[in-house]
Design a binder for this molecule. Structure first.
Ligand SMILES: C[S@@+](CC[C@H](N)C(=O)[O-])C[C@H]1O[C@@H](n2cnc3c(N)ncnc32)[C@H](O)[C@@H]1O
Length: 258
């Protein structure tokens, strides 16, 4: 995979804002789940696909001067502005580049669904965990989005999901993480899903409208969503009287046997 293969590249002028909305929406949940693992001073952590680095920054503050965090991404432009003495920024492709090893915690959020080699990548991430250490993978599962009272929004999501499947994105990978980790020998596997119900016009809705804006051209080109349906659905994403489920974010944690 190269930077140009990634469908939501950091070079898009909307991407910095979109990632910031993603951090706002998901960080409290992610931080809670990481804290549940017992994260503390001195831990050595790796975050891959770190995006704008809000989780890596928080990890660096939590592990303190005796700990260390590596924030890795295929494109580090939003990470380079982070500054912490115990935080390293690394540009790497998680599919093929060395990741290091003996981490107390390896974590990744919202990256595997984009990567066709996702099952192999899970094994690579697990291999980088030290015996007794933890992995935390947070990925989407879109099962809730079709459960909406709006036929327009349902048809819109159907078209969106068909477009995604057509370009190799697995928006249902959330349910596949635990079985994969189990197969490769990880222990104490725990899975929790959180689904946000968004209000039209809210920050969560805007995260989606920015995502759709970045992808408008290729989605419409597939022909499953007409421009009329696009406008009808997007008007609801902007309407404060509209509430609907977004995708479920599935956090899977596991420990490597000591
Ligand atoms: C949807 S963003 C999620 C960012 C961040 N983890 C978050 O949840 O806010 C996916 C991130 O994965 C990175 N990425 C995509 N493919 C990658 C690869 N093969 N190796 C490393 N990072 C990759 C992207 O550059 C992007 O920052």
């Amino acid at each position: 995979m190269s930077m140009t293969d990634y469908i939501l590249p950091h070079s898009d002028p909307l991407e910095d804002d979109r990632l910031m909305l993603m951090s706002k929406m998901l960080d409290p949940y992610t931080r809670f789940r990481i804290s549940q693992l017992g994260l503390g001073a001195g831990w050595k952590c790796l975050e891959v696909g770190a995006g704008n680095g809000t989780i890596s920054q928080w990890l660096a503050d939590r592990v303190g001067p005796t700990g260390h965090v590596t924030a890795a991404d295929i494109d580090t432009r939003f990470l380079d502005r982070l500054a912490r003495p115990n935080l390293d920024i690394r540009q790497l492709d998680v599919v093929k580049d060395p990741l290091g090893d003996a981490y107390d915690l390896v974590c990744a959020r919202a990256i595997l669904h984009h990567i066709p080699e996702r099952l192999d990548v899970m094994a690579r991430l697990a291999a980088a965990v030290k015996p007794g250490g933890f992995i935390l993978l947070e990925e989407p599962d879109f099962h809730p989005v079709l459960d909406t009272d709006s036929p327009a929004v349902r048809d819109f999501w159907r078209g969106f999901l068909a477009w995604a499947a057509n370009c190799g994105i697995d928006y249902f990978v959330g349910r596949r993480v635990a079985p994969t980790l189990s197969k490769i020998g990880m222990a104490d596997i725990d899975v929790h899903g959180e689904t946000i119900m968004f209000q039209g016009g809210s920050a969560s809705a805007r995260y989606w409208t920015l995502t759709f804006a970045e992808l408008r051209e290729p989605i419409l080109a597939l022909g499953l969503i007409t421009p009329t349906l696009w406008n009808e659905a997007l008007a609801l994403f902007d309407n404060p009287e509209f509430w609907s489920w977004q995708n479920c974010f599935v956090v899977t944690t596991a420990r490597k046997p000591a």
